[in-house]
Design a protein around this ligand. Structure first.
Ligand code: 13P
Length: 249
């Protein structure tokens, strides 16, 4: 597996339930017919995760949640526990996405609780980190990212594989991306930080934020980019498949 990538689709709160099920089916059909060397993970809205698992039952596509609660069960109205996702067959969970940090006030301490619980499960977390526009403009991008990594406590936990998604907040949904050098530098710093602990040799650093058909191949070719976390473009079947195919084998 010379150029093994992990390509994660984060559908967020899209599309409608019925369109989502059709999209799952059409992604499955197109991937079954192709030789894909990357690991593909689809994170649809929670209400269609079981449909996704059923639809992908004969394929190598994995399913993930977009978040989870750290408790197994309990008085947490509206939440879904990591154990519930594990029980229905989710293999991955996006943790600490900037939209959850912003809209649900998720702190690094809460993110640690989630990682800690996932560490006791079969689910692999995909920890999102990324700087704001102001942090970027004041030259503090890597400082902000490393602080999130430190405070999330991921280095204290022994995951089989650590997956970090570097998603600059200003790049999400904006059509803007950092330069290749900027991505390479931050990915290098993330890897260095995680490598500073023993037993952390299996590290994957994904890039996320306005990945599309036009820039995917360039992004995948950057040193230290082990894959991508894709929002908008993962909702268009043809684009998503083209992005997957743009990984040079
Ligand atoms: P876009 O690909 O739409 O910029 O979203 C990125 C993202 O937030 C994925 O988690």
């Amino acid at each position: 597996m010379s150029n093994f990538k992990i390509i994660v689709a984060n559908w967020k709160m899209n599309p409608s339930i019925f369109e989502g099920i059709e999209l799952l089916k059409s992604i499955n059909q197109s991937i079954v017919r192709k030789k894909i060397s990357s690991k593909i993970v689809i994170c649809p809205p929670s209400l269609i995760i079981r449909d996704a698992i059923r639809i992908f039952s004969n394929s190598s596509i994995s399913v993930g949640s977009q978040d989870c609660h750290y408790a197994q069960i309990g008085p947490f109205t509206g939440d879904l526990s990591y154990k519930m996702f594990e029980d229905i067959g989710c293999e991955y969970s996006i943790i600490g996405h900037s939209e959850r940090r912003a809209n649900h006030f998720e702190s690094n301490k809460l993110i640690f609780e989630k990682l800690n619980s996932l560490n006791k499960s079969k689910i692999m977390p995909i920890l999102c980190v990324g700087e704001s526009f102001d942090e970027k403009n004041s030259g503090k991008a890597s400082e902000a990212v490393i602080r999130q990594i430190n405070e999330s406590g991921i280095n204290e936990l022994e995951f089989k594989q650590k997956i970090i998604a570097y998603e600059p907040i200003w790049a999400i949904g904006s059509g803007k991306t950092p330069t290749k050098d900027e991505i390479m530098t931050i990915h290098g710093k993330i890897r260095e930080k995680l490598n500073s602990k023993p037993n952390s040799n299996n590290i994957k650093v994904l890039y996320g934020g306005s990945v599309n058909v036009e820039n995917a191949s360039d992004i995948f070719s950057i040193k230290g980019v082990d894959g991508a976390l894709i929002g908008g473009a993962s909702l268009k079947q043809a684009d998503f498949i083209k992005i997957i195919e743009s990984v040079k084998i």
